[in-house]
Design a protein around this ligand. Structure first.
Ligand SMILES: NC(=O)c1ccc[n+]([C@@H]2O[C@H](COP(=O)([O-])OP(=O)(O)OC[C@H]3O[C@@H](n4cnc5c(N)ncnc54)[C@H](O)[C@@H]3O)[C@@H](O)[C@H]2O)c1
Length: 326
């Protein structure tokens, strides 16, 4: 059986998924919808696809079996609700929205239709994440420090609060998600954020530095800090501390310190390939091994929404009680 896949959004990350999907014998990429005609045509031409500027028209004409939603954060909502209405499984990139209500509405539609979904939290697919989880099984983490200390990414929408949601929501969401995977659910978050004018980015209205203090339901505590002020990726990862165990996990390597030096090993394998393979397999009716279905991503989104709201309102937010009303 061949899975006919369409794309909504034909930018940077769509190209990455397309490069992976092109390696699969059981996938045929058929079309792309992107309101930027130049982008839609370039994406389509590179892969001999049909291009559209409207996703409704693409869905009606092409009737794909599954769709990759690779829009910027502000454009979520209409594409996923259209897919759910048609019963079409979808893979969507993080963050799943810039507000709470859009993501909750999509989550409810996905649940009603029992749709196969996947969300681009590819850190879940790192073999180093799996190894860290094995170490932590016998020694639960009690302290967590997470980081996204990096440059400002190039897309114009990234520096706009209303279009990206800000760094914690847009980017550091990978680290919040990883903390949920390796430590458990967060019960309370208290975030603060700083913003000063940036002459190089006159249109920037997002915080350039933030830190979120977290209390986990299991008793662990921690912080996750973000900045986009650097000109290079300085530190991006999650550090975990347990009784006699310190772990440093980044996208590319794992350090496990049990008091005998600081051995570092590189991550192996391609987490993008693994997440795309799991999505395709599940849609084709093979065992569903998807690690971040929409309902899982929604929990991470509630957490980053609560962190953003805490920073805005200057007070701690309890997740179970308040987060859904972000
Ligand atoms: N998982 C990861 O590691 C990872 C890496 C990069 C990007 N991403 C995520 O992927 C998303 C897209 O990022 P990107 O770098 O590809 O951005 P991009 O700006 O390169 O591409 C986005 C594309 O979506 C199109 N678009 C805008 N509104 C649309 C709409 N309503 N319908 C269809 N298309 C629309 C734009 O014209 C553009 O071509 C972001 O949420 C980003 O966080 C994830």
């Amino acid at each position: 059986m061949t899975l006919r896949i369409g794309f909504i959004g034909g930018g940077g990350i769509a190209s990455r998924h397309a490069a992976t999907l092109a390696q699969f014998d059981d996938v045929e990429m058929v079309a792309v919808a992107d309101p930027d005609r130049t982008r839609a045509e370039a994406f389509a031409a590179d892969r001999a696809l049909v291009s559209y500027d409207d996703h409704e028209e693409m869905l009606a004409r092409e009737r794909p079996d599954a769709v990759y939603v690779c829009t910027p954060p502000f454009a979520h909502g209409a594409p996923e609700l259209a897919l759910a209405a048609r019963g079409i499984p979808f893979f969507v990139e993080k963050p799943i929205a810039t507000d709470p209500d859009t993501a909750e509405a999509i989550g409810a539609a996905v649940e009603r239709q029992r749709l196969v979904t996947g969300v681009g939290y590819h850190w879940r697919y790192l073999d180093t994440t799996e190894e860290a989880a094995r170490h932590l099984r016998s020694r639960p983490p009690r302290l967590v420090t997470g980081y996204w200390l990096d440059a400002t990414p190039p897309p114009a929408w990234w520096i706009s609060e209303s279009r990206s949601g800000g760094q914690m929501v847009e980017q550091t969401t990978h680290i919040f998600d990883l903390a949920r995977v390796l430590v458990g659910e967060v019960s309370e978050v208290y975030a603060i954020a700083g913003r000063t004018p940036r002459p190089d980015y006159p249109a920037c209205d997002i915080a350039e530095a933030s830190t979120a203090a977290l209390r986990f339901a299991g008793g662990a505590v921690g912080t996750i800090s973000s900045t986009c002020l650097l000109h290079w990726p300085h530190r991006i990862g999650l550090h975990l501390f347990a009784d006699g165990l310190a772990i440093e996990l980044s996208e590319f390597e794992l350090m496990v310190d049990v008091g005998q030096g600081r051995p570092v090993r590189p991550a192996t394998g391609d987490p993008f390939l693994r997440e795309d393979r799991d999505f395709v397999d599940a849609v084709l009716g093979r065992p569903n091994r998807i690690r971040a279905p929409y309902a899982e991503a929604l929990k991470t989104h509630r957490l980053t929404m609560a962190a953003a709201r805490s920073a805005r309102e200057g007070r701690p937010i309890r997740l179970d009680a308040e987060a859904r009303h972000g």
